[in-house]
Write a protein that binds this ligand. Sequence first.
Ligand SMILES: [Zn+2]
Length: 191
Amino acid sequence: MMSGENNTITETQKVSGSVPSVVPDQDHATVEFAAANDRDHKYLTQAVEEAYIGVECGDGRPFGAVIVHKNEILVSCHNMVLKYKDPTAHAEIIAIREACKKLNEIKLSECELYASCEPCPMCFGAIHLSRLKRLVYGAKAEAAVAIGFNSIIADGVRGIGCYHKSNLEIIKLDVSIAEQVFQNTKGKFSI
Ligand SMILES: [Zn+2]
């Protein structure tokens, strides 16, 4: 694939349910699709539960994130955009900030991030900058786009992935609970 091809994907293609392609070029983000093992399933389920909690208590929109450090949950949080009146308070950003504070580090190279949904470009940038070693996500962006979220979300791993040159391992887990969050919370929060 030629460099920059990702950026030419049309809105129609993104919304139609296309999934990230596995890009062999090492200068691009490579997404591995996997069935959930017990460990990944446990942490991703926690991230999905956070997405529900965030909406229930009015903190934000249905997105959750968990950071695991040495096989222990270090941070479990959700989108705080509505409570903080901060459009950057995405679950992944909150998680990275709290994890760095807890570890007193600016690098999270011993940590894994579990996100209920595919990260947006801002979060993918933060994941890259924080040197997380592994990203595991559940829902594909289209599930969020289908209930009204901006389709820019799908550019995180796919579009600007051409800047991704680290050793970050990216896994898209095949779990339906992550995509069900959007339909189940639809109408319970403002976009
Ligand atoms: Zn984000």
